[in-house]
Design a protein. Structure first.
Ligand code: SAM
Length: 272
């Protein structure tokens, strides 16, 4: 593929280190039985090897210069689908289910500016996936493997932990990319759980509660939930917290996933 000038706005840091590509491929372990979704194939550093394994590959690329070049590269190969689209706008379920009803693996060196949004999008349809292998900014990776009461622990940690086991597999230094980013990266593996880790009741409500609890990190859970106005009176909020066994003076960042699940189910009982 001819040299392409990177567009910063598209988070284009192309992998140039074959050693890192090989390590990602050995993690993904693609085979002809696999269906693999790649986000942002770019110039095809990872795509090429996924395709060579004989897997069914769908690659979504927003850059209008790159998508046609990739499509040309794999023309005539019916196992490869290059889709020129914005991953944040495209509906993944009809796209993937229209090609195979299998659970999909995801492999992606994500554009860092939208990595959290892409991850949340995957979490909206966790049943579509078996494993995700995502290259992220190391700092974002740290948030996904964080424990309660640390500064890294937050909304993304909890939303992800509900559906996936997350492990960090690889740290990648800036010199492995062109252009060279300012920060370290990490490759994380997300293994989909057969069912949500805990019963949160209505997941949309669970997400609203978690977001509210982390809305003002330095404030108590009481303050955050009161501010969110989920219930009308202080008495009702006090009762919900007490019946959930959670001290209202705690901060949201100290609550485990189990505790958020209890809180969410209790709020649901209150008619939310
Ligand atoms: N996979 C390639 C590699 O490892 O060299 C490129 C990775 S680069 C970090 C991110 C890629 O995502 C770029 O090719 C960029 O054009 C693409 N991209 C950026 N925003 C996107 C979006 N909203 N939807 C789909 N692709 C996007």
């Amino acid at each position: 593929m001819k040299a392409i000038k990177a567009i910063k706005m598209l988070g284009q840091n192309f992998l140039t280190d074959n050693n890192v590509v090989s390590r990602i491929i050995s993690l993904v372990a693609p085979s002809e039985n696999d269906c693999i979704l790649e986000i942002g194939p770019g110039q095809g550093a990872i795509t090429q090897e996924l395709v060579e394994s004989g897997a069914t590959v769908v690659a979504i690329e927003l850059d209008r210069r790159l998508a046609p070049l990739l499509a040309k590269e794999f023309v005539g190969n019916s196992m490869v689908h290059i889709v020129e689209a914005d991953v944040l706008k495209i509906e993944l379920r009809p796209l993937l289910a229209g090609i195979s009803s299998k659970r999909w693996k995801v492999a992606a060196n994500l554009p860092y500016n939208i990595s959290s949004q892409v991850l949340i999008k995957f979490l909206d349809t966790p049943d579509l996936f078996s494993d995700l292998y995502l290259m992220l900014q190391k700092e974002v990776g740290d948030r996904l493997t964080a424990h309660p009461s640390t500064k890294e622990y937050g909304i993304l940690t909890l939303f992800t932990r509900l559906h996936f086991d997350v492990t960090r597999e690889l740290i990648v230094k800036p010199g492995s990319f062109h252009p060279v980013p300012k920060v370290d990266s990490a490759v994380l593996r997300f293994r989909a759980l057969p069912a949500p880790r805990v019963d949160v009741g209505d997941e949309r409500l669970f997400r609203r509660i978690v977001k509210a609890a982390f809305g003002q990190r330095r404030k108590t859970l009481w303050n955050c939930l009161k501010h969110a106005e989920f219930v009308e009176t202080d008495e009702e909020l006090r009762l919900i917290l007490a019946e959930s066994g959670i001290d209202e003076k705690r901060r949201g960042e100290t609550l485990s996933l189990d505790e958020f699940a209890t809180l969410s189910r209790r709020f649901q009982l209150a008619g939310l």
